[in-house]
Design a protein around this ligand. Structure first.
Ligand SMILES: Cc1cc2nc3c(=O)[nH]c(=O)nc-3n(C[C@H](O)[C@H](O)[C@H](O)COP(=O)(O)OP(=O)(O)OC[C@H]3O[C@@H](n4cnc5c(N)ncnc54)[C@H](O)[C@@H]3O)c2cc1C
Length: 473
């Protein structure tokens, strides 16, 4: 049995069903836990980043549990490449356990840490935890990567059955946690100040307790998910993405919830979890997608949309009510419903003709659940440059999307209150309202709400030309 093991926590902020922690507790006398505020990541964030609240609150929940067990979480800040080896030396650690992170930056960082630790005689072990099947596991018969979702999903289920349809639960024996003398609680520290950020009110309650509560609530309507998931105003998706992103809950917890029932709702929801895994493996196997199109031909598109259009999109002032409502919701809450992500992404690329990379970067800055693989996959799908993308000539009509998925304008009115007086179809396209209708609605176009920043029909044709030209050349 090893003497001292460090579990380095990253995007797995929980104490249950945790693969690295489980293995550490099984094989070591004293297990230490540490989290590093990575300055390379933090330096790129705005000073009022709501994700920092979520992380700090998650760490506090963990710390509160650890304190009850006579131990504590070590919080470090700096570059993990320096901090982890330094901590190991100080605490006489002989091995470091961590759960694998498949993002290119994380992979490069981990390999540097591993090599420095090796030089100091310390072992570095990584474990599969954040996905059920990872890169290299789901392969075609000719041993290639699946580039289309449905066959990937079919193989995912096949392999799941072949392995006994068993969802492991990595329950760590927390009795192995190192008992610490003079433990100082991290919970009272002003982490925002320490890290050079400004604290803003939390928009979500972070932590495992809340994540479990959400799953429990969702269990009451998961059977309707196949239908209800498309209607933003109904708010009937699980709203669990920020929790899985930060690891307050495990992917196995989600799969257990999805496989608990046999309704269409259960089935479709489980397949969303598999979409998440699909995009994780795409990023891991094709890291070029981080900067460029999955399908190389699409890199030659000359995006002709300008700053005016991009700024209107970002601020929710395009004159297209559903797009504006969605963007205002994102700006205020850090969240956006999946249907709306597809609508605004398609609108940016195929109506405003602004590159998907710009939209992707804006989402990355704003989304609480920002995940490089899922975000990139979603944007490339919308721009048709991705793996299993919709064909480029299929362009979402923002008006019909609005009429179909927010028929009564309930979501629109929530985020664009200046449009609340419009009724019928005018809520979806107020630019069609005449002066009398505008006066009755108490909303003057061009004053209270903008005219459409571009003409949809005209731009649709331009988009088709733009794509056609790039793909021919
Ligand atoms: C342009 C665009 C950008 C996106 N960016 C992100 C992102 O940064 N982070 C993120 O987690 N999801 C992203 N998604 C996927 C999806 O919109 C969100 O996962 C979902 O809206 C989160 O809400 P929920 O937890 O209620 O999801 P539910 O509908 O309840 O689904 C359950 C879980 O399945 C996973 N999931 C669902 N749909 C997808 C999908 N299409 N791709 C990958 N995983 C999925 C998520 O982990 C989600 O929490 C993006 C989609 C698009 C079109």
């Amino acid at each position: 049995m090893n003497e001292n093991t460090l579990v380095w926590m990253r995007r797995d902020l929980r104490l249950h069903d945790h693969h690295a922690l489980y293995q550490a507790c099984k094989t070591s006398k004293n297990v230490y836990l540490a989290f590093v505020f990575d300055e390379t990541i933090l330096s790129k964030l705005p000073e009022k980043d709501k994700r920092l609240n979520f992380i700090i609150d998650s760490l506090k929940e963990i710390e509160n549990s650890l304190q009850k067990k006579g131990t504590s979480l070590s919080i470090l800040k700096g570059d993990p490449i320096d901090e982890i080896p330094k901590f190991c030396k100080k605490m006489k650690i002989s091995q470091v356990f961590t759960n694998r992170d498949y993002e290119p930056y994380a992979k490069a960082r981990d390999s540097k840490v591993a090599s420095l630790l090796k030089d100091g005689g310390i072992d570095f072990h990584t474990f599969k935890d954040s996905v059920f099947f990872e890169e290299g596991e789901i392969r075609t018969k000719s041993d290639t990567v699946y580039k289309v979702f449905t066959p990937y999903k079919n193989r995912w289920y096949e392999l799941f059955s072949e392995q006994g349809a068993n969802i492991s639960d990595y329950k760590p024996n927390l009795k192995s946690l190192a008992q610490l003398e003079n433990k100082k609680s991290i919970t009272n520290k002003d982490w925002y100040k320490e890290l050079g950020f400004i604290s803003t009110p939390s928009v979500l309650t972070a932590g495992t307790k809340e994540a479990r509560k959400r799953l429990k609530v969702f269990a009451d309507y998961i059977q309707n998910y196949d239908e209800a998931r498309n209607f933003p105003a109904m708010d009937q998706t699980s709203n669990i993405s920020t929790y899985i992103r930060h690891g307050n809950i495990s992917v196995r917890d989600l799969l257990r919830a999805g496989m608990e029932g046999t309704t269409n709702g259960h089935r479709i929801w489980t397949s969303e979890i598999i979409w998440r895994e699909f995009y994780q493996q795409i990023l891991a196997e094709f890291p070029h997608v981080q900067k460029r199109s999955f399908k190389k031909d699409y890199d030659s598109i000359k995006w002709i949309g300008g700053t005016k259009e991009f700024n209107a999109w970002k601020s929710g002032q395009t004159g297209y009510p559903l797009v504006d409502a969605a963007m205002r919701c994102l700006n205020e809450t850090g969240m956006m419903h999946n249907r709306l992500r597809m609508v605004v992404a398609s609108f940016l690329c195929k109506t405003l003709l602004v590159s998907w990379q710009k939209g992707e970067a804006y989402f990355a800055e704003k989304l609480l659940d920002f995940d490089l693989a899922a975000n990139n996959g979603g944007w490339q799908w919308s721009a048709s440059s991705g793996t299993d993308a919709q064909p480029y000539f299929r362009i979402f009509n923002p008006y019909s999307q609005s009429e179909k998925f927010d028929k009564e304008g309930v979501f629109i009115k929530r985020w664009c209150p200046e449009l609340a007086g419009f009724t019928g179809k005018k809520i979806h396209d107020p630019s069609k309202a005449d002066m009398i209708e505008q006066s009755e609605a108490q909303c003057t176009l061009g004053v209270d709400y903008p005219f459409p920043v571009v003409d949809y029909k005209h731009k649709r044709n331009e988009a088709l030309e733009m794509y056609k030209k790039a793909l021919k050349g």
